[in-house]
Structure formats: C-alpha cells, structure tokens
Design a protein around this ligand. Structure first.
Ligand SMILES: Nc1ncnc2c1ncn2[C@@H]1O[C@H](COP(=O)(O)OP(=O)(O)O)[C@@H](O)[C@H]1O
Ligand SMILES: [Mg+2]
Length: 249
C-alpha cells in the first residue's frame, strides 16, 4: 500500500475570481520514499502539502495516507514549516514530549524514544535549554525530534530550511538525510531550490505555475548515502540542466 496516494486532486480557493491552485494532480508515494516537490512560487506546493496534512479540504479527487482518506490533521503526519512552532516557555525536552504527555501517555512509554530522537538530531546535551537560547537550525531540529517522538511515519516539510544561512542549511540537509537513513520515514519536502531537491530526494516532482500540475517526475540516480561532493559531479549537473529546462518550459 502506498504511503500517500493522490488521484485527480484539485483545489479551488473560493473568491472573486476563484483560484484554481491545483488541477488534477496524481501522485503515488511509497513508504520510506523521499520526495521533493519543486516549483516556482505560487504553483501550489504549499497547497498540496496542506491538503495531505489535512489543514485544507480537497475540492475534488481523492487523497489517502496509508489507505485512509485524509479529512483532518493527525499524528501520523508531522508538519515542519520554515519556523519551528515551539512553545517558547517550555524547555527543549518539554517541547519534544509535549504530544504524548498531553495525551496522557505514561512517561515510560515515550521517554526512551524522546531521548533517542534528541540524540539522532544532535540535541542530547540541550534538553534543558529554552527555544530562545537555540539557533534557528537547532530549533528546526527540536521540531523534527518532536514529530519523530509522536511516531509520525510521514514528514511533510514546507521549505523548512528556507530561512537559514547557507552553512546551516547544508548541515540541516545532511542531518535530515541521516535521520531519514536511520528511521526511513516517508518525506515530502517542498522547495524551490533545485540543488536541495536533487541532493535530498529519491524522486523530484516538478510542478508547473498556476494552475499547479505535476509537469515532470524525475528519479534521482545519485547513490546513497550522499555527501555534498555528490552535488558537483557531471550526473548532478546534467540533472540540474534537465530540471531547469522543465521549469522554463
Ligand atoms: N488561502 C488561500 N486563499 C486563496 N488563494 C490562496 C490561498 N492559499 C494559496 N492561494 C493561492 O493559490 C496558489 C498556490 O499557492 P501556494 O500553494 O501557497 O503556492 P506555493 O507554495 O507553491 O508558493 C497561489 O496563486 C496563491 O495565491
Ligand atoms: Mg509555499
């Protein structure tokens, strides 16, 4: 069963005039697949992600996650935005365990996992820090650890590293690859950065400008595990040229 299955999905935002944001999108994403949605600003990337997240309602077509129709947000799908939505008055630890704790799950059932996730994102030594004491990249890592602690199998990421400086951005990309390698969640990663899409994903879907459609599906042939050196070779440059052509099409 696919992790995410989308058939003829359209989204119209009501208004005068209405906006056709997505036009009959078909998409099948397998469990553990790392997918990048790439396209120019306004092409409907966030709309598509928000529909999968259950924040928005579909206008027509079908959308299932692990076989179940999506009609509201759920802990099976964790969402990461450009800024991590952390509680500023809670420590890193309290932020990470917030979900299970407030749902009344006994501490012994989530503590080991929360510790493990903090270790995987490299924040084991920052449990007592407050968000304000962390860098932007570290706050994003807390957000990722929190989702993984909830047990989400699907990570929906909307330009999550867009606000970070180039160095931090690269180390976050490497960190995300290492998290994915270890836990194999299904990831849908929205970006308008071709290099980022190719470095991270198994499959890149190029979306066309309004109305949003899937214009091309590209399988990234780079071996794993990947390092930043893989983004300088001939294969990489050929793919990049190919995608640029698609986007300008
Ligand atoms: N809540 C909304 N109401 C009306 N129009 C919207 C809304 N959200 C997005 N849109 C429109 O839908 C289109 C796609 O937007 P969006 O999904 O945010 O694109 P992207 O994330 O690719 O930049 C744009 O034309 C945008 O103006
Ligand atoms: Mg967007």
């Amino acid at each position: 069963m696919p992790a995410i299955h989308i058939q003829e999905l359209s989204k119209i935002y009501p208004g005068e005039p209405p906006v056709l944001a997505l036009d009959k999108v078909d998409l099948t994403i397998e469990p553990g697949e790392f997918v990048a949605l790439l396209g120019p600003s306004g092409c409907g990337k966030s709309t598509l992600l928000n529909l999968v997240a259950g924040f928005e309602k579909t206008s027509s077509g079908s959308l299932t996650v692990h076989g179940k129709p999506v009609d509201k947000p759920g802990p099976d799908r964790g969402v990461v935005f450009q800024e991590a939505a952390l509680f500023p008055w809670l420590s890193v630890w309290e932020n990470v365990i917030f979900g299970p704790k407030t749902q009344g799950v006994p501490a012994k059932d989530y503590e080991a996992r929360a510790n493990e996730m903090l270790r995987i994102v490299g924040l084991a030594d920052f449990k007592q820090h407050l968000p304000v004491q962390l860098s932007g990249g570290m706050r994003q890592r807390v957000g990722i650890a929190r989702i993984l602690t909830m047990g989400s199998q699907v990570l929906l990421m909307d330009e999550p590293f867009g606000a970070l400086d180039a160095q931090t951005r690269l180390s976050m990309q490497e960190l995300l690859l290492s998290v994915w390698q270890q836990l194999k969640p299904t990831i849908v990663f929205v970006t308008h950065d071709i290099d980022e899409a190719l470095f991270l994903a198994d499959t890149v879907y190029v979306m066309s400008a309004r109305p949003g459609r899937i214009q091309a599906r590209i399988t990234v042939p780079l071996a794993r595990p990947r390092t930043i050196e893989d983004t300088t070779g001939e294969t990489f440059n050929t793919m990049k040229r190919e995608i640029l052509k698609q986007i300008r099409h």
